[in-house]
Ligand binder design. Structure first.
Ligand code: AHM
Ligand code: MG
Length: 335
């Protein structure tokens, strides 16, 4: 019988093999995984667990918070604050950074997360997830919001956990992408996929088509050509999927390829996009690149963007390399 490899064992072996996961980072990732298990439990209870519905409060983005958004945020903070591996955390659900309280030792890492992405899907029982990104705190005393403002290329770990028909944790520490499925009987994440690779070409795109009239010309051109199918310039038919949970859409792309677009549009032209750079686009872009795909904002590689704000937004195109390259080229040609 082939032996099952738990997340713990995977991380220990990664640490041993090339030493690029220091023990503090290994602890951090185990703690994040444990928090995801708790969130998965809460999500699973649904209407039986008094976790559904609105919390009747707004987050910094001006979006209504759901009870589960707040629960997931608290689970991540409580799990991570005492271990000594972190200096501070930042979350979609908190305006400022959360510095590890003085009563606990401070570590050298910074953790950013979207505790429950796709929360409009909670009530309708469709996949949602937790997205996270890990940075090293720059040298120096104390910790401030400024310390978080590093490009995605500086991430030392990134991943997400998708709560769907299965709970799956997807992780990179810069050595490819690995997927772990939660074994509920054992209570542990088991390695189920290693060296995940996305095909360079695809016939499947993901975009919220209801925004079409607000798109910029290059996005319209790219999607129009897909819609023209075999008879059009692309010479092939395309399929469309849109879950409205980035975790679920990215998970599909990591599993079978595809391209995901949440571009800037004219609804709120002053905002660079809907999705947040530091805890949504950066971790997803790194995972996608690690799997051989590409991620840009239409002009540049997302991982090269130097953030100026914790909750900065960004236009996102990611997935199968040749499609992302094409959509990015259309932006260049239009400019
Ligand atoms: P959230 O973090 O508030 O849940 O918003 C992010 C989500 C993404 O998961 C998803 O891709 C997108 O918003 C869906 O937006 P829309 O409803 O505009 O299609
Ligand atoms: Mg989100």
């Amino acid at each position: 019988m082939t032996q099952k490899i738990s997340l713990t064992r995977y991380l220990v072996e990664q640490q041993r093999m090339d030493g690029h996961i220091p023990s503090q980072l290994r602890l951090l990732l185990e703690v994040v995984a444990r928090a995801c298990k708790s969130i998965s439990q809460a999500v699973n209870k649904g209407a039986l667990g008094e976790v559904m519905g609105s919390a009747h409060s707004e987050n910094i983005q001006g979006e209504m918070q759901k009870k589960l958004d707040i629960i997931a945020n608290e689970v991540l903070i409580e799990a991570n604050e005492w271990g000594g591996h972190l200096a501070a955390m930042a979350s979609e659900e908190m305006e400022g950074i959360y510095v590890v309280p003085n009563r606990y030792p401070q570590g050298e890492y910074l953790l950013l997360f979207d505790p429950l992405d796709g929360s409009s899907n909670i009530e309708v029982n469709v996949s949602i997830g937790t997205i996270f990104s890990v940075l090293l705190k720059p040298e120096g005393a104390g910790v401030s919001e400024q310390d978080f403002l590093q490009s995605g290329a500086k991430q030392v770990a990134a991943g997400y956990c998708v709560y769907g028909p299965q709970t799956t944790l997807v992780l990179t520490v810069g050595d490819g992408v690995a997927m772990f499925t939660l074994d509920r009987e054992q209570g542990s994440f088991i390695l189920t996929e290693e060296n995940v690779m996305i095909p360079e070409d695809t016939q499947e795109f993901a975009i919220n088509m209801s925004n079409m009239r607000h798109w910029d010309a290059p996005v319209k051109r790219y999607i129009d050509e897909c819609l023209e199918g075999k008879a059009g310039p692309r010479g092939k038919d395309f399929n469309m999927r849109w879950v409205a949970s980035m975790v679920a859409d990215v998970h599909r792309i990591l599993t079978r390829g595809g391209v995901f677009l949440y571009p800037w549009d004219k609804r709120e032209p002053e905002k660079p996009g809907k999705l947040r750079l530091m805890y949504e686009a950066n971790p997803m872009s790194w995972l996608i690149e690690q799997a051989g795909g590409a991620a840009t904002n239409g002009k540049q590689r997302i991982l090269d963007i130097e953030p100026t704000k914790l909750h900065e937004r960004v236009s996102v195109m990611l997935g199968s390399k040749n499609e992302v390259d094409r959509a990015t080229r259309y932006h260049g040609e239009a400019a």
